[in-house]
Design a protein around this ligand. Structure first.
Ligand SMILES: [Zn+2]
Length: 306
């Protein structure tokens, strides 16, 4: 081998070594990027308040996550005209849905279905409690034809008769449960409550025992509101943030107690639209009884804010 050939061989070896080095560095950078991305994703999943886009650097993943988020919103409010304006929301207060006659609290299931069909045919969207709170306090947009369906006390007919109709029309609702009545005769069972909650029906509080709050001291009010919140949270393993006052009756102490017990909104049955100017612990609902005609119902849900 002459001197020229030797130099050529050394040059070949150096070039080959450089190529291998460049490839190895490239791979190691890619692995580092992958490992660095995983903890960021974990943080995003653990903290719902952090916008997904701001913490995830991978384009592919951020596209997947954002598509998922956008899809859920579109599916829920598909075709809706969204607004943040203070339009006034009808919140309906039902009790039992049951074919038994003789009590106005027992709404005939056929009447209930007719009312839900009217809402569906006329383009109404039902809001969850969190969506209502978001609209009232965090300026989140909602469909201009929004309505909130609530059921007080937690009767078994909510599961037997109302639930299949809500599913048929793809509606959500909130059940304000008297926590000490869970598993009692004619009330919802623990299993039914869990199933309803898993489906997306909000289970919230109606105190422990349906006491008239205006007859209780502030500290007693706080006690029964807290106790009912904790027992439902234990049963459902989710936060209970909303409460309906028994009989819709309240005084200034009740509003203070609801806040002190950790609730974010509380409801009466005073029969007016709920709007952004309302006290968050004194939100209005409309009672719907079995003696209401279809035109009574339509008059309520089409009321305009004055
Ligand atoms: Zn009640």
């Amino acid at each position: 081998m002459n001197k020229k050939d030797s130099l050529l061989s050394i040059a070949c070896i150096i070039v080959t070594a450089l190529i291998i080095l460049v490839v190895l560095i490239g791979q190691s950078l890619r692995i580092e990027k992958k490992l660095g991305f995983l903890p960021q994703l974990k943080i995003a999943q653990e903290n719902e308040n952090i916008p997904i886009k701001s913490v995830i650097s991978s384009d592919t993943y951020s596209i997947e996550r954002c598509t998922f988020t956008t899809e859920s919103v579109l599916t829920k409010f598909d075709g809706a005209n969204l607004t943040t304006a203070d339009i006034g929301i009808p919140i309906l207060c039902y009790h039992d849905v049951n074919p038994t006659k003789g009590n106005n609290l027992l709404l005939n299931p056929d009447k209930f279905r007719q009312q839900m069909k009217y809402l569906k045919d006329n383009g109404y969207f039902t809001l969850t409690m969190d969506e209502l709170y978001g609209y009232l306090r965090e300026n989140t947009a909602i469909p201009s034809k929004s309505i909130v369906l609530t059921f007080d006390d937690g009767y078994i007919g909510n599961y037997t008769y109302a639930y299949p109709v809500l599913k048929e029309f793809g509606f959500t609702a909130t059940i304000f449960m008297i926590s000490e009545c869970v598993d009692k005769d004619s009330y919802l069972t623990s299993g039914q409550i869990k199933e309803l909650s898993e489906y997306g029906i909000d289970i919230e509080s109606h105190t422990t025992d349906h006491s008239d709050l205006t007859k209780l001291s502030l500290s007693k009010q706080i006690d029964i509101m807290k106790e009912s919140k904790y027992s439902l949270e234990k049963l459902l393993n989710k936060p209970i943030n909303y409460i309906a006052y028994p009989y819709g009756k309240l005084n200034n102490n009740a509003k203070e107690a609801a806040a002190a017990a950790g609730y974010k909104m509380a409801f009466n049955v005073q029969g007016t639209l709920t709007d952004k100017k309302d006290n968050i612990y004194n939100l209005d609902r409309f009672y719907i009884g079995n003696n209401f005609s279809m035109s009574d119902f339509i008059r309520i849900v089409t009321l305009k804010r004055t």
